[in-house]
Design a protein around this ligand. Structure first.
Ligand code: NAP
Length: 281
């Protein structure tokens, strides 16, 4: 069965649009893009479009590739101090002359819609109401929507990035899965993935997971987005796998739309968190 991320994302987006329309204040996302990385430009365009669709204001900072770190830092500080900005997102990757961790950690954690600050990652690790990165959040929402059992299952996450693999493993652990994290140094990867009742793949290599690496009736979630000959394909060989697994996400129309919908949820969540503090004072 297909895990239809596109359809679920449309429902979530519609609900967010309804919610935003009832909020008197204008919710604003500030997005910082440094340079002209073509993939980043596409992602930013998609985020801008999604914000427009639900009535969230989008404040763009499109900056020169060679901008000094200090100037990026100044923009973040300005957005932190501005009560009319509710979410701040720095599009990754940043050029190599900029210390990405230092820049991310300047973001006020309550405006950190990507959940990438050390504070939010630490809160995720310790289960303290974090802002969860949008991709793993979207994956968990998708599993929930299809009533997929997680507790007691063997979950294997291939890929350990800060944005996807690590937070996803933590969320699965919180739902009582027995979690294995695999990465480029994992030996006998096939043996590891073959044991997975729930297999999550975030590697960034087209058709990396082949049929012989997947257990019958597994649930397969493909996070990968790879452009091959102008087409988007995932990290899983979808055609080779789809007929013997119980559930699988397609690429496109799987995790991608769920990421965008979850980002919108995070922006609205940040707005509510800030409002609660304002109202309490
Ligand atoms: P990343 O930061 O490049 O991380 C890739 C991970 O894959 C690393 O942990 C790496 O291991 C692991 N890996 C690389 N080669 C491997 C191998 N041969 N065997 C096992 N593991 C291997 O990537 P990311 O940001 O997590 O993104 C992963 C993919 O998801 C990309 O295609 C990206 O475009 C996509 N993505 C999609 C969405 C969406 O909305 N659908 C959102 C974010 C990302 P090491 O740590 O050992 O190097």
């Amino acid at each position: 069965m297909i895990l239809d991320g596109k359809k679920l994302a449309e429902t979530i987006t519609k609900n967010i649009a309804d919610e935003v329309s009832q909020i008197k204040e204008k919710i604003t996302l500030a997005l910082i893009l440094v340079g002209k990385n073509p993939a980043s430009q596409v992602y930013v365009h998609n985020k801008q479009k999604a914000c427009a669709e639900v009535g969230i204001n989008f404040e763009a900072y499109f900056l020169d590739e060679n901008i000094p770190q200090k100037e990026v830092a100044d923009i973040i500080e300005k957005c932190n101090a501005n009560p009319d900005v509710h979410g701040i997102l720095v599009q990754m990757p940043l050029p190599s002359h900029i210390d990405a961790d230092a820049i991310i950690n300047l973001i006020d954690p309550i405006k950190d819609v990507d959940g990438l600050t050390t504070i939010n990652q630490g809160k995720l690790f310790t289960n303290q109401n974090p802002i969860v990165p949008a991709t793993p959040k979207g994956v968990m929402t998708l599993l929930q929507r299809y009533f997929i059992d997680i507790a007691g299952k063997n979950a294997v996450v291939v890929g350990r990035s800060k944005l996807v693999g690590k937070p996803l493993a933590m969320l699965l652990l919180d739902k009582n899965a027995t979690v294995t994290m695999a990465h480029s140094k994992t030996s006998n990867l096939k043996e590891v993935t073959k044991r997975a009742d729930l297999l999550f793949v975030a590697v960034g290599s087209p058709k990396f997971i082949t049929a012989d690496m997947v257990k019958k009736d597994a649930v397969v979630v493909d996070v990968g987005i790879n452009k091959v000959e102008g087409k988007l394909i995932g990290d899983v060989d979808f055609e080779g796998v789809k007929d013997f697994v119980s559930y699988i996400t397609p690429v496109p129309k799987g995790v991608g739309p769920m990421t965008i919908a979850s980002l919108l949820e995070n922006i609205v969540d940040c707005y509510h968190r800030q409002k609660a503090i304002k109202d309490a004072n």
